[in-house]
Ligand binder design. Structure first.
Ligand code: NAD
Length: 262
């Protein structure tokens, strides 16, 4: 299947590592011209060079903290200047800090609001004008399995990821007549640094080893293992591709069957 991504301009945020990186690499391998972004310039430069080397694609990089409106304005301006208008947005951010209700003060709520929800609003606003004008655009937001089932001790994710669904669905409906398709993907347990750090956190709380945490978690996944970032990236790449012509306003889990809800 031709994903019809050749020459498309793709912006992938929070892409120096993990799911963002793997998705950017997949898009580059499919012929897209890619802008990647994350906070640390050093790691970002390394990742951009690796993806360009592996795929032969044009891979630009620009540091930006997605929590900052100024950073996002600069990132969008740089992308337009170096690559042109954004055809494909993969909207990703770092995960919010773990914690149950009692552990979260106003500052924690505000921080996660800016990191996960306001960044989404700002990025959508930054790309939708061009997409509407040209009558074509694709957006995917990387969320979490918490969009279908709350995760213990991740209250901020359980709250703001669901808010993203309301936003993404609304924008999908409003912009469908303009050829813009908007979807959300929720990873379950994909082996990345974020999952390693959450496992370490749980191991400390439960007084067991990280290996035991992983074994217990894998037992609850029908496919019996954590996913790989590459497995996740293939799904995200399809959703933002030209091959996707009829899926919009949907949310998908890439979770090996972990969430049992129908
Ligand atoms: P990761 O830690 O491997 O990578 C996160 C990336 O985000 C890094 O490139 C980091 O530099 C960047 N980043 C962090 N904060 C940022 C900020 N403020 N501005 C810009 N860039 C920032 O994590 P991951 O596993 O790839 O997770 C990506 C997203 O998916 C996170 O929001 C995470 O909570 C969510 N998620 C992941 C899983 C999973 O199984 N891996 C499960 C549920 C949800």
């Amino acid at each position: 299947m031709d994903l019809e991504l050749t020459g498309k301009v793709a912006l992938v945020t929070a892409a120096s590592k993990g799911l963002g990186r793997a998705t950017a690499r997949q898009l580059a391998a499919e012929g897209a011209r890619v802008m990647i972004s994350a906070r640390s310039a050093e790691q970002l430069e390394k990742t951009a060079a690796e993806i360009a080397e592996e795929t032969g694609a044009q891979v630009e990089h620009c540091p930006a903290d997605v929590s900052s409106g100024d950073d996002l304005d600069r990132l969008l301006a740089e992308t337009r200047a170096r690559l042109g208008g954004v055809d494909v947005l993969v909207n990703n951010a770092g995960g919010p800090r773990p914690g149950g209700f009692d552990a979260l003060d106003d500052a924690a709520w505000q921080e996660a609001f800016e990191l996960n929800l306001l960044s989404t609003v700002r990025l959508f606003r930054g790309v939708l004008g061009h997409m509407r004008e040209q009558g074509w655009g694709r957006i995917v937001t990387i969320a979490s399995s918490s969009i279908k089932q709350p995760i213990e001790n991740l209250l901020l994710s359980n709250t703001y990821r669901v808010a993203i669904l309301g936003l993404a669905k609304s924008v999908a409906l409003e912009f469908a007549p303009h050829g813009v398709l908007v979807n959300t993907v929720g990873p379950g347990r994909i082996a990345t640094d974020r999952v390693a750090s959450l496992d370490a956190n749980r191991a400390t709380t439960a007084g067991i080893s990280v290996e035991e945490v992983r074994a217990q978690t894998e037992k609850a996944i029908p496919l019996g293992r954590y996913g790989t970032a590459e497995e996740f990236a293939k799904v995200a790449a399809f959703l933002v591709s030209g091959a996707n012509t009829y899926l919009t306003g949907q949310n998908f889990l890439v979770d090996g069957g972990m969430v049992k809800a129908i």
